[in-house]
Design a protein around this ligand. Structure first.
Ligand code: NAD
Length: 371
């Protein structure tokens, strides 16, 4: 298969982890006789430094023509002045809007060998395997904002409007239900319907879509406050979870604690499927630019490499290759090869590149045994 992949390394550890993910994609291409062309472009702080804009025209053009986009991370202290009119995060929001990606998929599986790295009791983490589907382009983050000040300039009042339309809820629920159908046929919808009007709309639309279009998938509803507690006390109960933008942002960071390190979790942001069933998407690890460890070559590239696996699965339809990468990452962790964020007492930490090498080695060994 031929594919054009836009690579946007971004800031901080972004380039370090993206490099490893790209090496893995290249190796998959060579093994499988695929022809992947990588087109690198600027985003975030580095794009501001070089062009004055967080999402330059050349980057817009590169992603518009690409079959999929692989992103590192954006931001850092150098560009974090809140009064600045141009900020790295604008590049990310602009990119999501440009690609029309309205659902953020975040699988959270706990690797048994990493259970000890999490702050929870290991027995709570057995069999945890959740897929979060977060609505990404609506709700509070995109509603109208006001900020009033008095004559002295002091803040007096501010507001963020939360708006959801029926269509925005329908499309993300359909995507979550499709994912649930391919797993354990269980979908949990999280809202705050006892208080918020948008949540009552969310619950009504979700109930209708599931009843009419997915009668084979069991639907449950939960209120966000109690779900936040159950996610930590009984995480293995949950399978596919769909929720709105703000709740999803917070709950998925909470869920990252289950996995032992934020460095191991991937994400896919997807829009509508084309006629061949594939979706153009944006793939990135869930972590940020980690300025505290950037430039040291010690960042965990697992989240970025697993994001590359999601890219193969959702945008290119290469499900076997995606599974091959996931197995190679899992075997690497099982073998005790860990970056500093995942090591236990007395264990030696490897570098970002060492982890990438170890994944590639296992990838080659697996694909050789399949031929
Ligand atoms: P962060 O995710 O960058 O870092 C949080 C902690 O996790 C840090 O201690 C960091 O060292 C560690 N960490 C993160 N990724 C790691 C990895 N791959 N391996 C090992 N350890 C890792 O979050 P933050 O510190 O709140 O934010 C730093 C910057 O990143 C900010 O400018 C923020 O706006 C930006 N950010 C960007 C994105 C994105 O690009 N999607 C997401 C979140 C934060």
């Amino acid at each position: 298969m031929r594919a054009l992949i836009a690579v946007l390394p971004g800031d901080g550890v972004g380039p370090e982890v993206t490099k490893e993910a790209q090496r893995v994609l290249q190796a998959v291409a060579e093994r499988g006789d695929h022809d992947f062309t990588f087109r690198e472009a600027l985003i975030g702080g580095i794009a501001i430094d070089e062009t004055g804009e967080p999402l330059p025209v050349a980057t817009r053009e590169a992603v518009t023509h690409a079959d999929a986009v692989l992103l590192g991370a954006v931001g850092g202290p150098k560009w974090s002045d809140p009064s600045a009119s141009v900020r790295p995060e604008q590049g990310l929001l602009g990119l999501r809007a440009l690609l029309g990606v309205y659902a953020n998929i975040r699988p959270v599986a706990v690797h048994p060998a990493l259970a000890a790295a999490a702050p929870l009791k290991p027995e709570l983490l057995e069999n945890v395997d959740i897929v979060f589907v977060r609505e990404l382009t609506g709700g509070l983050y995109f509603g109208q904002k006001t900020h009033d000040r008095d004559a002295s300039g002091a803040s007096t009042r501010a507001s963020d409007l939360c708006v959801y339309t029926t269509e925005e809820v329908e499309r993300v629920v359909r995507m979550a239900a499709d994912i649930a159908r391919a797993r354990r046929r269980k979908l949990l919808s999280v809202d705050k319907a006892n208080v918020l009007a948008t949540s009552r709309l969310w619950r009504e639309v979700t109930t209708r879509v599931m009843r009419d279009e997915f009668p084979d998938v069991a639907l449950e509803h939960a209120l966000v406050d109690s779900f936040a507690m159950h996610l930590i006390t009984t995480p293995s109960r949950f399978d596919v979870v769909v929720t709105e933008n703000l709740f999803g942002d917070i709950l998925t960071d909470e869920a990252a604690v289950l996995a032992g390190s934020i460095g191991v979790l991937p994400s896919a942001s997807l829009g509508d499927a084309s006629t061949d069933g594939l979706r153009r998407g944006l793939y990135e690890p869930i972590h940020g630019s980690a300025p505290d460890i950037a430039g040291k070559g010690i960042a965990n590239p697992a989240g970025a490499i697993l994001s590359a696996a999601l890219l193969l699965r959702h945008s290119l339809g290469l499900t076997d290759d995606a599974a091959l990468i996931e197995a190679a990452v899992s075997e690497t962790i099982t073998a005790g090869i860990r970056t500093a964020d995942c090591v236990g007492p007395g264990q030696r930490a490897c570098s970002t590149a060492d982890f990438g090498d170890a994944v590639l080695e296992r990838l080659f060994a697996r694909s050789a045994s399949m031929h």
